[in-house]
Design a binder for this molecule. Structure first.
Ligand code: ADP
Ligand code: ASP
Ligand code: MG
Length: 815
């Protein structure tokens, strides 16, 4: 025999009740006769709570009562044959009249006792079970409904009554034997004390009713039918990537539900565990899905944890003082006081010095707990052996759960890494001695971010989501979006990475979307946005969205965004930039950025600062990190100047070559910005700093390619005229080089801490001799690469390769 329990949503609408009947029909066809436990229709218990509490404050409840009636009557009209409707209406009407009288009493007295409250709440289950019993009886002759108050007997702790298991077992068996030919529908959640007064088993308690009946009747299985695909790795309403767990042990299910996985009520596991009855959690809205089995002998799983659950609103109380040290009776006194006063302690942690105790309670219990403690420990407080209780509010608990934790080292490391990287401050930690769970207390504001980040951290077989906030929609920004769009499927499949562009800003507008701006349509979305561009607001919004795995991407060449880098790092957000200004201004600023990124455990990637997408910065970093020492760097890092000198040969004259470079779009609007060596200088400076030298701009000696007159020309036109006038100077250089079988190269060099950029003539033996087009080249001479330097060479400019470099940085974030 099986117990089938249907939760609120499963009895909440005409359609779900029909599904419920179909499920039962399937059972009956298989020669089964289950006992069915029903909850109140979804939302009804909350409505009853609101009515009762409202009445106690003098509020009218007639509209809510009418709503309640209507929900039930509508079901009857849809599902009960016309000739059966009147008796059902009459019976329900009697129940609603009783409820009304009760609420009227509360309203008159302005008082709601736990006992009356339980009585009010009982109407939810009593109405739904009566109604569905009647509907079922049309299809299944012999269907009856019964109120569990007849056989589930408890003490008088209203609101969360304790079951007298021995008596209950006897009564349940007795009732079942008398009605063994019937299809029994039982109210969940409610019970009665010895005096016959209605009690309840705690919110969510219908699951427990099912387990109590299952244990008493030695059921072969307890099925919990709900609105999700079984027990999942996290609450699917908070973590979209949560997935269903095929199996769990009773302990795991208990821990997960204790820490907030509402899908099953924690005490449910106890009777089932005692009798080794499997609990199967199934989805009424996806009947064929296997669901989750909670049982004794689970197959070994290779997941480090089974799931993550959370309680979203708790307070903590901190007690500190020398009076606690070594006093074994202290915590005993404290916690028996709280137990006696029915204050539920959710979690306790104690420092190993015993100098302080922290414990978590429901927000509603906070003040009462403080008051009770200060009363109980008055003497200790006066004697200053105890400090006054400190309360912290707006907190949440997140717990990771799984029996494998015991054998797997590094589980807590993973948890704290995920939290730390996302800037989530941990207020307190508790690990159950069973090692089945680790719980941490964090700010309630961080809960969604924490759950998602921790879920990503543990279930690495799932795609990891990066939330990128991008500045700049010029050439590079646009190309990056195009590349991301074209490769998103591949990225997900092969790298397990999903990139969501959660924010975009150019100089005019900005747009935000935590689900990701569409990469097919970002221009239109940005255009249609009502947000005018504002950098400070962009950064503030990015912080307040509080998304996990967040990255700030600066695809501009402006000094403005750089002013925000430090603030961004401090918010535990990684920065990727192709903007050279950040790293090439003062050394102090360079150092500040690197230190801030480091101390907040986030990444600062800027591969495209030097040589566009070529792996130059990364190569240097790898050399340094692996303990090598850079003795010398030689490089050509200006694509423009490369192009010019590569083409300045034979009959060509310098003026024409520069003009050609400009016409091809290789130069800045004023070619002197390239030819002056300033941009090149910035790259050498960044390399020198990355190689460990605390250098400033003035420390890089630049030999200009251009004679004075060209540099001093007032306009670009005059500059070209000056170039023509200096033709002899350049031709001379060319002739001299040719005579010695050499070529002209503009080379940056860092040699034992000295940096310079000079125009040189190199012969065939030099590795830079054969450079062609606008390529970049860099050679690293290090302790390990001393005989033959390590060389990186290739195209070092252009939107495609630069965007590709930013893209590569992005997928390396957090790797
Ligand atoms: P019922 O009314 O059927 O008893 P509940 O609302 O009590 O249903 O429980 C089901 C809900 O539990 C789901 O809708 C889901 O949002 C929530 N939930 C929280 N944590 C989990 C989890 N780890 N797995 C599945 N559901 C969860
Ligand atoms: N109806 C009750 C509640 O909402 C019991 C249950 O659904 O399990 O708490
Ligand atoms: Mg429930």
């Amino acid at each position: 025999m099986k117990i089938l329990k249907f939760g609120g949503t499963s009895v909440g609408s005409v359609q779900s009740i029909q599904t419920l009947l179909n499920i039962l029909e399937g059972e009956i066809k298989n020669k089964q006769k289950p006992v069915v436990v029903l909850s109140a229709m979804s939302g009804v218990t909350n409505l009853l709570v609101a009515m009762a509490e409202g009445a106690a404050e003098g509020k009218d409840f007639t509209a809510q009562l009418a709503e309640l009636e209507k929900r039930h009557f509508d079901v009857i009209k849809s599902l009960l044959d016309i000739q059966n409707q009147n008796p059902a209406f009459t019976r329900l009407k009697i129940l609603f009249n009783q409820l009304e009288d009760l609420l009227q009493g509360i309203l008159t007295l302005r008082e709601l006792t736990p006992k009356t409250r339980d009585m009010v709440l009982s109407f939810g289950e009593r109405c739904s079970t009566f109604m569905i019993g009647k509907i079922a009886a049309q299809r299944f002759p012999g269907a009856i409904s019964v109120e569990a108050t007849e056989f589930i007997k408890t003490d008088s702790s209203f609101g969360q009554a304790k079951v007298n298991m021995e008596l209950t077992d006897l009564l349940v068996r007795g009732f079942y034997q008398e009605n063994s030919s019937k299809l029994i529908f039982v109210t969940g959640f409610i019970s009665a004390n010895d005096a016959g007064q209605i009690t309840t088993l705690g919110r969510g308690g219908s699951d427990y009713t099912a387990a109590i009946l299952g244990a008493a009747l030695n059921a072969e299985e307890i099925q919990i039918w709900t609105d999700v695909n079984g027990m999942m790795t996290a609450d699917p309403r908070m973590v979209t990537k949560a997935f269903s767990l095929p199996e769990l042990t009773y302990t795991e299910a208990m821990e997960l539900s204790y820490f907030g996985a509402k899908v099953i009520y924690p005490p449910t596991m106890i009777p089932a565990f005692m009798k080794k009855i499997p609990i199967v959690i199934k989805n009424t809205f996806d009947v064929d899905f296997e669901g989750t089995v909670i049982r004794h002998d689970c197959k070994p799983s290779n997941l480090p944890i089974k799931g993550i659950s959370s309680i979203n609103n708790i307070s903590i109380l901190n007690l500190e003082g020398s009076g606690m040290v070594g006093k074994s009776g202290f915590s005993g006194r404290l916690f028996s006081l709280l137990a006696r006063e029915q204050i539920n302690v959710i979690l306790i942690t104690q420092s190993s010095s015993e100098h302080s105790i922290t414990f978590a309670v429901q927000p509603g219990d906070t003040e009462r707990a403080r008051h009770l403690i200060e009363q109980e420990f008055e003497l200790e407080l006066v004697a200053k052996k105890l400090e006054h209780v400190v309360i912290e509010q707006n907190l949440a608990i997140i717990a990771i759960v799984g029996e494998n934790m015991k054998q797997t080292p590094g589980v807590s490391g993973k948890l704290f890494h995920a939290l730390g990287r996302n800037g989530i401050n941990v207020r307190a930690i508790a690990q159950g001695s069973s090692e089945y769970n680790i719980s941490v207390i964090i700010s309630a504001n961080d809960l969604a971010k924490a759950l998602n980040a921790v879920h990503d951290g543990f279930f690495t077989q799932l795609t990891k989501t990066l939330h990128a906030f991008c500045l700049g929609t010029g050439n590079i920004g646009q190309t990056l979006f195009k590349q991301l769009n074209a490769h998103s499927a591949y990225l997900q499949e092969h790298n397990g990475i999903q990139v969501k562009i959660a924010g975009i800003s150019n100089t005019r507008k900005m747009v935000f979307n935590s689900d990701g701006v569409s990469l097919d349509n970002w221009q239109a979305e940005l255009e249609a946005s009502m947000h005018p561009a504002d950098l400070a607001e962009f950064v503030a919004k990015m912080k307040s969205m509080n998304l996990p795995n967040c990255v700030f991407i600066d695809n501009t060449a402006s000094p403005k965004p750089v002013e925000y880098y430090e603030e961004v790092f401090k918010a535990n957000i990684s920065v990727i930039t192709c903007n050279k200004i950040g790293n090439s201004a003062s050394y102090k600023q360079y150092k500040t950025f690197h230190d801030a990124a480091h101390s907040h455990g986030v990444d600062f990637f800027y591969e495209t600062n030097v040589g566009a997408g070529l792996p130059i910065i990364r190569t240097l970093k790898d050399l340094m990190n692996s303990g090598d020492r850079v003795a010398k760097i030689e490089a050509i890092l200006s694509g423009t100047i490369s192009f010019i000198f590569n083409n300045f040969k034979g009959d060509a004259n310098f003026h024409d070559v520069v003009k050609e470079a400009q016409d091809k779009g290789y130069t800045e609007p004023d070619p002197r910005d390239d030819l002056s060596g300033k941009d090149f200088m910035r790259k050498i400076l960044i390399l020198a700093r990355d190689a460990g030298y605390a250098m400033e701009e003035a420390d890089v000696k630049i030999e200009s390619v251009l004679p004075k007159a060209c540099l001093e020309a007032q306009s670009v036109e005059e500059f070209y005229a000056a170039l023509k006038a200096e033709d002899a100077f350049f031709s001379n250089l060319k002739a001299k080089a040719a005579a010695e079988n050499k070529v002209l190269r503009y080379i940056g060099k860092l040699d034992e801490g000295k940096a310079e950029i000079t125009l040189q003539m190199v012969d065939e033996s030099h590795p830079f001799y054969t450079l062609s087009g606008s390529d970049n080249i860099i050679s690293f001479t290090t302790d390990r690469y001393r005989e033959r330097p390590l060389v990186v060479k290739g195209p070092g400019a252009g939107a495609e390769v630069t965007a590709a470099g930013v893209f590569a940085d992005l997928i390396n974030v957090g790797a």
